[in-house]
Design a protein around this ligand. Structure first.
Ligand SMILES: Cc1cc2nc3c(=O)[nH]c(=O)nc-3n(C[C@H](O)[C@H](O)[C@H](O)COP(=O)(O)OP(=O)(O)OC[C@H]3O[C@@H](n4cnc5c(N)ncnc54)[C@H](O)[C@@H]3O)c2cc1C
Length: 176
């Protein structure tokens, strides 16, 4: 039997170990920390749990490669909660910004905070709508046909892909 050594027991290493075993390879995972999990882990301190783990899981849509992978490795949660909010941020001055998954709600929220940025906000929301049929989390699994099917959308979104998050944020008039 072929043997492989996997360096690191984060999600990547643990998943590689599962696939190695499923494919009949003997594998050993070498982890330098005292416990596995890597970035996706939690620990106790006093009465508290520090949970630095994943908050939102991509790959919930049945039949997608990522969903199949979660099922393969037995990591698909049985109870799935679909929250309305991706994240809520409150700055030192008490300004609140909630990032909603629902695009209409998100647009309303952004315009509430910064009506002067309405045009840019609409550009932003429209770019998300254009991309919403292309699951970028799946890119790593794409074959030639998937690239071909998504090429048009990707070319159409070239305009937004040239921005970094910081350079895009700098175009907003509102400091929030
Ligand atoms: C606060 C936070 C929130 C996140 N939220 C989300 C989320 O909501 N959704 C999402 O999808 N992702 C999220 N992520 C990202 C996700 O957790 C990581 O992408 C994922 O856990 C990375 O896994 P990995 O196996 O690639 O790497 P890592 O988790 O970094 O694992 C690498 C492992 O290798 C070990 N190692 C390194 N060098 C050596 C060596 N020389 N010898 C032996 N062992 C070694 C390390 O100790 C570590 O355990 C979040 C990350 C953080 C920090």
């Amino acid at each position: 039997m072929a043997r492989i050594a996997i360096i690191g027991g984060g999600i990547g290493g643990l998943a590689a170990g599962c696939y190695a075993r499923m494919n009949g390879l003997e594998s050993v995972i070498l982890e330098k920390a005292s416990r596995p999990g890597g970035l996706c882990t939690s620990w106790d301190k006093g009465d508290y749990i520090f949970d630095g783990c994943i908050r939102h899981l991509a790959g919930l849509k049945p039949g997608t490669p990522l969903n199949n992978m979660w099922k393969d490795i037995g990591a698909m949660p049985s109870d799935i909660y679909f929250p309305e909010e991706l994240v809520k941020v409150i700055d030192q001055k008490g300004n609140e910004f909630t990032v909603f998954y629902d695009l209409e709600k998100l647009e309303t929220e952004m315009k509430r905070i910064s009506p002067e940025d309405s045009t840019l906000i609409e550009d932003y929301i429209n770019a998300i709508r254009r991309l919403s049929n292309t699951d970028l989390m799946e890119v790593g699994f794409w074959g030639f046909r998937d690239w071909l099917r998504n090429l048009f959308t990707l070319i159409k979104n070239r305009k937004v892909s040239k921005y970094t998050m910081i350079s895009f944020a700098q175009r907003f008039k509102s400091p929030v």
